[in-house]
Ligand binder design. Sequence first.
Ligand code: GDP
Ligand code: MN
Length: 392
Amino acid sequence: MNLHEYQAKALFQEYGIPTPKGQLIQHLNELDDALDFIAGSHQGSAWVVKAQIHAGARGKAGGVKLVQSRDEAHQVASQLLGSQLATIQTAGKKLPIHSLLIEEKLAIEEELYLSLVVDRVSRTHSFVISASGGMDIEAVAHDSPEKILSVHIDPTVGVMPYQCREVGFALGLTGTAFKQLGTLMQQFYQLALDKDIAQIEINPLIRTQENTLIALDAKVSIDSNALYRQADLVALRDYSQEDVREALASKHELNYIALDGDIGCMVNGAGLAMATMDLIKLNGGNPANFLDVGGGATPERVAEAFKLILSDSGVKSILVNIFGGIVRCDLIADGIIKAVQEVGLTIPVVVRLEGTNVELGREKLAHSGLSIITASGLADAARKVVEVAGNN
Ligand code: GDP
Ligand code: MN
């Protein structure tokens, strides 16, 4: 689960991590207050207007604007609020801008990069840092990976002083900034542990003319599997930034991931769902989604799952592949019939049912009046569903 920049920065402040002075606005009539609040501690009239969306690379897409006057602030804010923004990180989608973070404009001496990730290879938290931060970090990673340093944190001892020195030297820091970096690394690590954070990315972490470090940007994503124990963070979830179908799926506790193919898949069990997608691919087709309805599926959840698949206008055929172990085949049949009664069905459905109450399930489907193509075995089902998608 991703946080907005302003939410991430509020967490940083709780942990003592410095961020620019700023205020969030959701309506244009709040802008003057925000400008006043910031100007109070700040000489001159210059601010930064930042679109709050769940994606980075906003700067290059026009979502982060430095403004020199109140008029300009109003002009930019009225343009951004209520509009949509696509960046190179949004995979072709436009995300709605419902709020803006207004911040003081800081003079930047240097832009650094710092992130803290759960590193599956070393099985630790790792800091990833570079002296070449800023908007072109992807190019740095691609063209000169030697400019990027990883430091693994041993969970039994935490962040060690020698590691902070190593990072400080690599970033070329001295004096106040060098000392401050050690504190920052401890604070980020504690924050990541306490809040079950999968990734923190600060790009840029700036060094000011006073030689202090400030988190100018903030990207935080929470480990979704830990949300059950992070109630405060769950409350920060912004569904408007997520894929509509994925958000709906998570409300119904379905494991659904949207893909760009045209064959809808409804399967129980993540392993079987993966194998089903593989078989579709093997037969020359492309899955439209990954969907695991889970072991405890009720007819209602199956119906929601089926509706979810049907709501994707790119879907040309559906493969239902259920191996009833814990879940009963007749309940799956009930769910499919319920969904079709509610939303109708204009595309072919191939069904492969096996396991508990399979006879009853098949009977229900056969008497439902739905034109369902039955398959004998998974290989046969995959072949048939690809064939009918091609004809559709
Ligand atoms: P991103 O493009 O979504 O990663 O948004 P950022 O928050 O990183 O902002 C993009 C860029 O805007 C930064 O890399 C800076 O170069 C610039 N920027 C943002 N805030 C300030 C500021 O206070 N002062 C100055 N000089 N530049 C800023
Ligand atoms: Mn950034």
